[in-house]
Ligand binder design. Sequence first.
Ligand SMILES: Cc1cc2nc3c(=O)[nH]c(=O)nc-3n(C[C@H](O)[C@H](O)[C@H](O)COP(=O)(O)OP(=O)(O)OC[C@H]3O[C@@H](n4cnc5c(N)ncnc54)[C@H](O)[C@@H]3O)c2cc1C
Length: 212
Amino acid sequence: MARTPATIRRLPEKSVEDRAVIDAILDEGFVCHVAYLIDGRPVVIPTLYVRDGDSCLLHGSTASGIAAAARRGSPLSIAVTLVDGLVVARSGFESSVNYRSVVIHGHGTVLSGDAHARALDLMVEGLIPGRLADIRSPTDIELRKTTVVSVPLDTISAKVSAGPPEDDIADIGTGVWAGVVPMTTTYGDPEPSPDLEPNVEVPDYLTTLERS
Ligand SMILES: Cc1cc2nc3c(=O)[nH]c(=O)nc-3n(C[C@H](O)[C@H](O)[C@H](O)COP(=O)(O)OP(=O)(O)OC[C@H]3O[C@@H](n4cnc5c(N)ncnc54)[C@H](O)[C@@H]3O)c2cc1C
C-alpha cells in the first residue's frame, strides 16, 4: 500500500482504519488543533470543529490564519484527541495515557453561500445539540465576519491506546500500585448569565448534556 502523510509508522498496532470508529472519535470531540505553515514557520491553533459527513468543518474569523492558509492552498493538519485515562505504570517509562486520536491531512476549502450558512448551523448543533431551534439566524454582518473551512476526510489516520500498563516483567511484584485511572468529560450545572430574565428556564438539552 502506498505511504501517505497519514501512514502510521510508530506503534502501528494502535492504528484504527474502521471509518465508523474514526467518525465516533470525531463526533465525540469538539476541540481540535490545526497546524499550518506561515512564512515557513509551523503554527498550531486550537479551535472548535464539527464533522459533516466526509468533511471536517472549522470556523473562525474571516481574517483567521486557518482561513488564510486555506485560501492560499497551504496544507493543513488537524489533530483531535480524546484522553480516556491515566496509565499508571510501575516505571516512568511505561507510564502513559489511554487515548483515541485522529489526524487529518488535507487542504481546506472556504465555504460560501448556503453551504456557509448551513455549516455555521452545524457548528452550533455540534457543540450544543438542540440549541439551533432556540436561537435566531445569523445576521448578514455575522455571516460576513465568519469563515468556515471544510477539509475532506480523505487522508486520515487514527490511533487508539487502551488497557492496563505494559510493565516490564522485572517491575511486577515490587509492591508498587499499577493500573488505570479512567477519565471522562462531564458538564457541570448550567450557570445563568447575570443578565438572564428570571423567568427563563434552563433548556433540557443543557441539563442532560453528555459527550460520548
Ligand atoms: C494524548 C496522547 C498522548 C501521547 N503521549 C505520547 C508520549 O508521551 N510519547 C510518545 O512517544 N507518543 C505519545 N503519543 C502518541 C503520539 O501521538 C504519536 O503517535 C507517537 O509519538 C508517534 O509519533 P511519530 O511522529 O513517530 O508518528 P508516525 O507514526 O511517524 O506518524 C506518521 C503519521 O501517523 C499519523 N499519526 C501519528 N500519531 C498519531 C496519533 N496519535 N493519532 C492519529 N494519527 C497519528 C499521522 O497521520 C502522522 O502523520 C500520545 C498520543 C496521544 C493522543
